[in-house]
Ligand binder design. Sequence first.
Ligand code: FES
Length: 166
Amino acid sequence: MADDKEKIQEETQKMLVKWKSKRGALIMALHEIQGAFGYVPWAAMEVTSRELDIPMARIYSVLTFYNYFKLKAPGKVVISICDGTACHIKGAPAVINAFRKELGVSEGQTTEDGLFYTQIVRCLGCCGLAPVVVVNGKTYGKVAGVDVPKIVAEWREKMQSEEQGV
Ligand code: FES
């Protein structure tokens, strides 16, 4: 899982660039982090603390104050489907439906095996790639409904090989 931590740190660092010079940006930044990962990972909190120069204790208290924020991954694989304006126009509703069909759950739910969790988010900041889906921090651009079974199969396989220590 070490590479996951590095990936989270890397992605968070990229997200924080635009928040660095803005006052009172913490909540917006945490929103964006949760949008990308489905929750706010500890590694992302550390990077946020360093980059925005805010003590960890303050970040932690903000996260625990608002019910909205999650500190634990709701599923092993968190799928964030963007339905912001650009993605919506370019076909996000079809992508959302394809995930519902493929996984048998609606957004905000975890599959019975605890593997997949899906959520709808508003603008992941890369509208040029619309429609966008982010899976555990990995970005998929120009996604169509037909791509969804492939994405799900890719992550199912990845999780199986991780479990088997391959
Ligand atoms: S609207 Fe989807 S990335 Fe901006």
